[in-house]
Design a binder for this molecule. Structure first.
Ligand SMILES: NC(=O)c1ccc[n+]([C@@H]2O[C@H](COP(=O)([O-])OP(=O)(O)OC[C@H]3O[C@@H](n4cnc5c(N)ncnc54)[C@H](O)[C@@H]3O)[C@@H](O)[C@H]2O)c1
Length: 321
């Protein structure tokens, strides 16, 4: 083969830009979100040709053996372990992605920040608010880069809404309505997975999806000063799962059941730092909305409304028109 052709075919002999920095990642929990984020890491090279780093899926920790096999066989992780602490603190890891059930987040964040790793944690940071406060303090003290999975804040029209509000286009903000209505728990044969258990999830929808609504409100209109709320469990018993199960998994009539330990519904009235009022409602057991993460924000000169289910539509009312 002529030398010029060999040069073009052999990556090692190709002259090009210097090697990119490697960011070596540990993923703790390869369920729905662990898989989603790992898939995204694999797509970074093809989506961002001008990047100055390359993600490397170094180690995956999961208690489920079939998920560990998927990690190495299908996602290309260099190794997999059932010991999340080993993965979170390993010398060959730069960044830790926390994608395990909520009540595992704080110990995982604690181990990773103590080892000096950058940490991306799925929401809610804690299954209970006091854990979130602790995790924040740990990250601040360690001074490591951090990120949280409030992914909806990155929707282009949500960013545009924030810019409109900040520009004063809506005038003074007087009222905010947030809601996240999902039907993932609406079937009473839906399995009793970790999301329904206090020791694994912490609170129910307050942690799971009210956290999304509140992060959206804080992003758009600022801090919250005062709240009063109500919680309710709609479906008290659910079929017990066998093995690794998703919260969309179903049991059968007559299966053994266990008690749901946290709330299916939560609502909240609040007052923002600015003096604006707010109302929020979230549920995992309504029928109809698949994933209705939505807001309405009202000002003295206009109003906006957005709903994740129509992600590319932002309704804008202006008094001037
Ligand atoms: N940002 C979002 O929109 C979004 C969406 C869904 C879930 N989440 C969050 O992501 C996190 C994970 O949720 P999910 O839906 O992927 O759950 P999941 O049940 O699909 O996955 C959890 C994984 O963690 C593993 N696991 C459990 N205990 C473990 C341990 N001790 N060590 C290692 N692995 C362990 C399980 O085997 C499973 O593979 C939750 O905190 C959830 O709130 C965020």
């Amino acid at each position: 083969m002529p030398d010029d052709i060999r040069d073009r075919q052999s990556p090692s002999s190709r002259k090009g830009p210097p090697m990119k920095k490697k960011i070596r990642i540990a993923v703790l929990g390869l369920g729905w979100m662990g898989q989603a984020h790992s898939r995204s890491a694999l797509r970074i090279p093809s989506l961002f040709p001008d990047r100055d780093f390359d993600p490397v899926l170094t180690v995956c920790a999961d208690t489920d053996a079939s998920r560990r096999d998927r990690a190495t066989d299908d996602f290309g992780f260099a190794r997999a372990t059932d010991d999340w602490r080993e993965a979170a603190t390993a010398d060959d890891v730069d960044a830790v992605w926390v994608t395990a059930p909520n009540m595992m987040h704080l110990p995982m964040i604690e181990a990773a920040t103590a080892a000096g790793k950058a940490v991306f944690s799925e929401k809610p940071i804690g299954g209970k608010p006091e854990q979130t406060v602790q995790a924040y303090a740990l990250a601040q003290a360690a001074g490591v880069p951090t990120g949280v999975g409030y992914n909806y804040l990155w929707s282009p029209l949500v960013i545009h809404a924030r810019e409109l509000i900040a520009s004063g286009a809506l005038g003074e903000i007087t009222h905010y309505r947030g809601r996240f209505l999902s039907m993932y728990g609406s079937d009473e044969l839906g399995l009793l997975t970790w999301r329904f258990m206090l020791d694994e999830a912490g609170y129910g929808v307050s942690s799971d999806i009210l956290s999304h609504s509140v992060s959206m409100a804080q992003y758009l209109v600022g801090g919250i000063e005062e709240v009063v709320g109500m919680r309710h469990t709609t479906i008290g018993q659910r079929p017990l799962p066998t093995g690794a199960a998703s919260h969309y998994g179903r049991g059968n009539p007559g299966d053994p059941t266990g008690a749901v330990e946290n709330e299916d519904f939560a609502s909240m009235l609040c007052r923002f730092d600015s003096g604006a009022t707010g109302t929020f409602e979230v549920s995992r057991t309504v029928v109809g909305p698949e994933s209705q993460n939505a807001f309405e924000v009202y000002g003295t000169k206009g109003a906006l409304a957005w709903n994740l289910e129509q992600i590319n539509e932002l309704k804008y009312y202006r008094t001037e028109d």
